[in-house]
Design a protein around this ligand. Structure first.
Ligand SMILES: Nc1ncnc2c1ncn2[C@@H]1O[C@H](COP(=O)(O)OP(=O)(O)O)[C@@H](O)[C@H]1O
Ligand SMILES: [Mg+2]
Length: 428
């Protein structure tokens, strides 16, 4: 849903601009509510303060408060729900009025587009790597959801299987510069340097695991190896420190088994200053954990267990960001090419995802979170129309003045079955 806008600032015209372009101008203070806009479907210049469509560009929360965020979703073990969660978080954040780009960086098994209902992506990373398309911006795909775009991965992109460190850094830099508020990167599973370097370079580092012992172990190992890689890269030009840490090679990284605390004590014996620098690296590393496919309440504790282990063994403050229930419909919605969160808003899993977004990722206080959830639900309700089935089985509720949203609903259609009611409970 690309919108092309012309703007008039002090009698000079600029454009066409996309909404993210315009937001940049707003951020820089170059475009104000007193300037004018011409939109495709309008007949005249309209003062920005009178134009509802661009209202949220001026929302201070979106401009100053919450800066651009790059979020990566990783895991030790495959099949734990990274892709489903990436898509769900992206849809939820977009519904909160944030411009989102979902990036499929699982070069081994790219399938994010499927979760988003895109069967054959027009462009993928392959076009970027073969120089068929020059920049990352050239391979951004529109999605049926407002504010949400995506970059599709390419399965088996051999050229990318082992990019050099500097190539990765360039790609990461380009990703960070994409025109969006949130850039969500769905990473491949596993502990290769490719995945870990990506993971370490982002603002919000999310590790996904299921409550199964093998997945928990692999999630923990992933966090451990990420931490050691971070230390190794921070001090890569300081062999003196690396030798104190005895982590100067890949093979020793894997063998590293004693608590980080011991390493710190040892470092302190050599130099208090070095120990402090290591401590800074540790406290700067704040990965998040999401526990997915929870079947029984008892399993929720596994998140706390791994948090404790990270604190005791790695001296890392792992943030337990929430859990998502197991839901049979996840598989079903992928088969039907429909995003789960839009298709099953009544589910406990969808509500848990909404909670993670509002309370944790957007850091809302409880009352504010309630309002935000309401706002998110309202937007998602209208987005869902792109995915509604024609079977009419969505809802039996009849649209009437008794409805809480009467007069406030785009789909108001008194006496007829409600088209959106099935989304109602999601953000309660
Ligand atoms: N909360 C959940 N409940 C039930 N099934 C889930 C859940 N999360 C993911 N799945 C299913 O698990 C499978 C793997 O999910 P996916 O997101 O592709 O994992 P990954 O990207 O980590 O490999 C998919 O079939 C998906 O539908
Ligand atoms: Mg995946």
């Amino acid at each position: 849903m690309e919108s092309n806008l012309m703007v008039r600032i002090k009698e000079r015209q600029y454009g066409p601009l996309s909404k993210p372009d315009l937001r940049t101008l707003v951020r820089k203070g170059k475009f104000t509510l007193n300037d004018y806009v011409w939109m495709d479907d309008e007949e005249d210049w309209i003062k920005a303060e009178n134009l509802k469509q661009i209202e949220k560009l001026f929302n201070t929360e979106n401009t100053n408060g919450a800066d651009k965020k790059v979020i990566a979703i990783a895991s030790g073990k495959g099949g734990v729900g990274k892709t489903v969660l990436s898509a769900s978080l992206g849809i939820g954040l977009a519904a909160m009025g944030r411009e989102v780009i979902l990036v499929d960086a699982d070069f081994g098994g790219a399938n994010l587009h499927t979760c988003m209902g895109i069967i054959e992506p027009q462009y993928t990373f392959l076009d970027y790597y073969t120089m068929n398309r020059e920049t990352l911006e050239d391979i951004i795909l529109d999605s049926p959801i407002e504010n949400l775009k995506m970059i599709s991965g390419a399965c088996g992109t051999l050229g990318m299987a082992n990019p050099k460190y500097f190539q990765k850094q360039r790609l990461i830099k380009e990703l960070r510069n994409l025109p969006a508020d949130d850039i969500i990167i769905d990473l491949g599973a596993g502990t290769t340097y490719n995945v870990i370097d990506f993971f370490l370079s982002v603002d919000e580092k999310i590790v996904v695991t299921t409550p199964e012992p093998t997945a928990l172990q692999e999630a923990f190992d992933f966090i451990k190896l990420s931490l050691l890689r971070k230390i190794q890269r921070t001090f890569k030009n300081e062999p003196e420190i690396l030798s104190i840490l005895e982590i100067d090679g890949f093979s020793t990284l894997f063998q590293f088994n004693s608590p980080v605390e011991e390493m710190l004590i040892k470092a302190k014996e050599s130099s208090v200053e070095i120990a402090e620098r290591i401590e800074d690296v540790l406290s700067d590393f704040k990965p998040r954990l999401i526990l997915n496919m929870v079947m029984e309440p008892d399993e929720i504790k596994e998140g706390m267990a791994i948090k404790t282990a990270a604190a005791e063994l790695l001296s890392v403050d792992l943030q337990y960001t929430g859990y998502v229930e197991y839901d049979e419909n996840m598989r079903k919605s992928i088969k039907e090419f429909r995003p789960f969160i839009l298709q099953n808003p009544n589910s406990a899993a969808a509500k848990s995802i909404a909670k993670i977004i509002t309370l944790k990722l957007l850091n809302k206080h409880k009352a504010d979170a309630f309002f935000k959830k309401w706002q998110m639900r309202k937007t998602m309700t209208s987005q869902a129309k792109n995915y509604l089935t024609e079977t009419g089985k969505e809802s039996e509720t009849i649209c009437s003045v008794k409805c809480f949203y009467w007069d406030d609903c785009e789909f108001q259609n008194g006496g007829m079955p409600c088209r959106i009611r099935h989304l109602e409970p999601i953000f309660k």
